[in-house]
Design a protein around this ligand. Structure first.
Ligand code: GLV
Length: 311
């Protein structure tokens, strides 16, 4: 019976995952990318940015687990085996980090912290104009687990908060929009736009010139989803013209962001290296453990991904 677990990622060595899974399931045949051994032994593939075709080369794989909440890194492999269920981590730790990240950068913009840092360097005592929290409208693109947590925390701080999703959702305390028309309406009332959409065929390039033009003048963008949502030239043009007052970008069309890219030095751009939400085996493993148990017991899996919708 194949029962090995393959850890297919170059981001970390997998030691924390092995520990977390073994703490619940007992000793495991846990193999890393460089020591997969006989591929016929592998039953479960834990994957982050797997090399193309590698998962298809595991003849007995029964479950693929995305080590990110986003699954675009996995679905980019056009040779994934048909009929093998794909699940993804659901990580409360990661969700909390993402909402923290959005709130940190939003508050920093909202309270003019960068302007005060510049004033301090110039030894200037210079109060900035004050914007009332109830007049700083937050728009969240994507109302899945991360979007809802982020939206609820902004709302709890007193910001008028709205969200947009592909299909209609109604959520207590939040104004919600959906569909193409709703997208434009959300943008028109977002002073701070936070992107947490999944990257799919439909959302690639969704933050384009038209979208930026639909935002109110002076709007601020926080992108912690995927770089592929953004048309970089359009964003740079909107920042250069001053239509957007700034952007915090954690994710990029090319990662690592190439040294010559204008984002690095743009005075209105804050760059971070895809750290808004890091997968944490401690908080992400319970769902994976549950799915390994279910797989062995022949029960329906949880946190499954629909490759057609892309999330
Ligand atoms: C990180 O980017 C993730 O998808 O979890």
């Amino acid at each position: 019976m194949p029962d090995a677990i393959a850890y297919i990622s170059r981001d970390t060595d997998g030691v924390l995952w092995k520990k977390a899974l073994e703490a619940a399931l007992g000793p495991l045949d846990f193999r890393t990318l460089d020591a997969l051994g006989d591929k016929a032994d592998i039953e479960v593939a834990l994957a982050w940015k797997p090399p193309r075709g590698l998962i298809a080369s595991l003849p007995n794989v029964k479950m693929i687990v995305s080590l990110g909440m986003g699954v675009d890194h996995l679905l980019a492999d056009d040779r994934l085996p048909d009929g093998v269920p794909i699940t993804r981590i659901m990580d409360d730790g990661l969700v909390g980090q993402m909402s923290e990240y959005a709130i940190y950068w939003a508050l920093r913009h909202h309270r003019d912290i960068d302007k005060y840092a510049a004033s301090q360097r110039a030894k200037q005592w210079k109060p900035e104009d004050f914007v009332d929290t109830i007049h700083r409208r937050i728009g969240i693109l994507g109302l899945g687990t991360i979007g809802q947590d982020t939206a609820n925390k902004f709302a709890a701080l007193g910001f008028p908060t709205a969200g947009w999703s592909r299909t209609q959702k109604s959520l207590p305390g939040l104004e919600t929009f959906h569909g193409p028309d709703g997208f434009r309406r959300l943008l028109a009332e977002s002073d701070i736009l936070v992107n947490v959409l999944p990257l799919t065929r439909e959302t690639r390039g969704i933050l384009n010139a038209e979208a930026f033009a639909a935002l109110p003048k002076g709007a601020y963008l926080i992108n912690m989803a995927r770089g592929g949502h953004v048309v970089d030239e359009a964003l740079l043009a909107a920042l250069d013209s001053g239509h957007l007052s700034g952007a915090t970008l954690d994710v990029f069309n090319i990662e690592p962001l190439p040294p010559e890219h204008r984002y690095w030095t743009h005075p209105r751009v804050q760059v971070t290296p895809h750290i808004a939400g890091a997968t944490n085996p401690r908080t992400a493993s319970p769902g994976v453990i549950e799915n390994i148990r279910r797989l062995k017991a022949g029960q329906p899996l949880i946190h499954t991904v629909d490759p057609k919708s892309g999330y």
